[in-house]
Ligand binder design. Structure first.
Ligand code: NDP
Ligand code: OXD
Length: 316
């Protein structure tokens, strides 16, 4: 058993069991689920997913906060987040999961999965027209760690790819757009919209009816398609339903929702043109993520800089 480092980790999660995180983190460091009072001096790191508000505010020796996810909006929901570095997840394993999800959903819409499932239910034997992937432009909102990896895979699968980001980005074989000026041209050139943005004050509610109206509808798919695996509050659920009803959108794959878990009363559950997954596009698996987290802590204590630190001004 390796000797445990000094300082304790506070593990604070809401919405799932912290058991495996606790077990794996505890192999190297002392971990607690609650501090010894609001000013516990023994806590040096916090590992969190939707931590309890103000839990971290008074910890005098807190050196860094580690997000259990790639997104950090769940941390900023807390008004009492202290001014220490926040490290988010960037990991091959998570990126691979998201890339798989995006490829799966894009291919399913492209190859008319919804139509075939409906036909099978009614025992209909009918072959629709087929088009090559190269007829379809997939537009990725958010050309970060996840968006760029998805773009590479979609290009390999033969799709044309557009990308939209806050700052100017370049990527071989990807048509890139940025900022407010680039948004409409990006949407006008997109058949399948893939959303991999972080939730920030600037992106909240961005996937609304007006935006969806700008997508290309006269395309080889027979309509525009939305895939959102970023965050639920990027979208207006009601606007997506309206867009599906009036043909602005043909189909949607939604992994995230304004309210999660998606309320049982939501019409999205039963909509024939909507594919629902329960915020499961890319799971944060402690088996893959704990070790790099512990390595970061050790490197930080040796005087090395932390990696993947969130830009608080930008909010991601
Ligand atoms: P990154 O920070 O690496 O990338 C974010 C991208 O979004 C960047 O390209 C950034 O632009 C762009 N962006 C941010 N704000 C704006 C804006 N206002 N206008 C235009 N573009 C903007 O994040 P990741 O790729 O690692 O993750 C993206 C998100 O995916 C996470 O924040 C999380 O919400 C979500 N996620 C969802 C999961 C799921 O299971 N559903 C799992 C993991 C993540 P720029 O390049 O200029 O900085
Ligand atoms: C994340 C998530 O942000 O799982 O990593 O949503």
């Amino acid at each position: 058993m390796p000797e445990k480092e000094q300082g304790r980790i506070l593990l604070s999660v809401t919405g799932f069991s912290p058991r495996l995180w606790l077990e794996l983190l505890s192999k190297s460091r002392e971990v607690v689920l609650e501090p010894d009072g609001p000013n516990d001096p023994s806590i040096t790191y916090a590992v969190v997913w939707k931590q309890r508000p103000n839990l971290l505010a008074g910890l005098p020796n807190l050196r860094a906060i580690f997000s259990i996810g790639a997104g950090v909006d769940h941390i900023f929901n807390d008004p009492g987040v202290p001014d220490v570095p926040i490290v988010r997840v960037v990991a091959d394993n998570l990126t691979q999961y998201m890339t798989e999800y995006v490829l799966w959903r894009v291919l399913d819409h492209h190859r008319q999965g919804m139509l075939f499932r409906a036909q099978q239910k009614r025992k209909i034997w009918r072959e629709p027209a087929q088009r090559p992937a190269s007829d379809i432009s997939v537009g990725i909102m958010g050309l970060g760690q996840l968006g760029r990896a998805a773009a590479h895979t979609l290009l390999s699968a033969g799709f044309r790819v557009n990308g939209w980001s806050r700052r100017e980005q370049t990527m071989t074989d990807v048509a890139t757009f940025c900022g407010d000026d680039g948004l409409i041209p990006f949407l006008n050139a997109t058949d399948i919209l893939v959303v991999l943005l972080p939730l920030t004050p600037q992106t909240t509610g961005i996937i609304n009816y007006e935006l969806l109206r700008e997508l290309r509808k006269r395309n080889g798919l027979g309509g525009a398609v939305l895939i959102n695996a970023g965050r639920g509050r990027l979208q207006k659920d009601a606007d997506i339903l309206r867009a599906l009803e009036d043909g602005t959108l043909k189909e949607a794959s939604l992994d995230v929702f304004e309210v999660e878990p998606l309320p049982r009363t939501s019409p999205l559950w039963n909509h024939p043109a909507v594919f629902v997954t329960p915020h499961a596009a890319a799971t944060s698996d402690p088996v893959h993520l704990v070790e790099p987290m512990l390595e970061q802590m050790a490197a930080f204590e040796r005087g090395e800089p932390l990696q993947y630190v969130v830009d608080r001004g930008a909010g991601y």
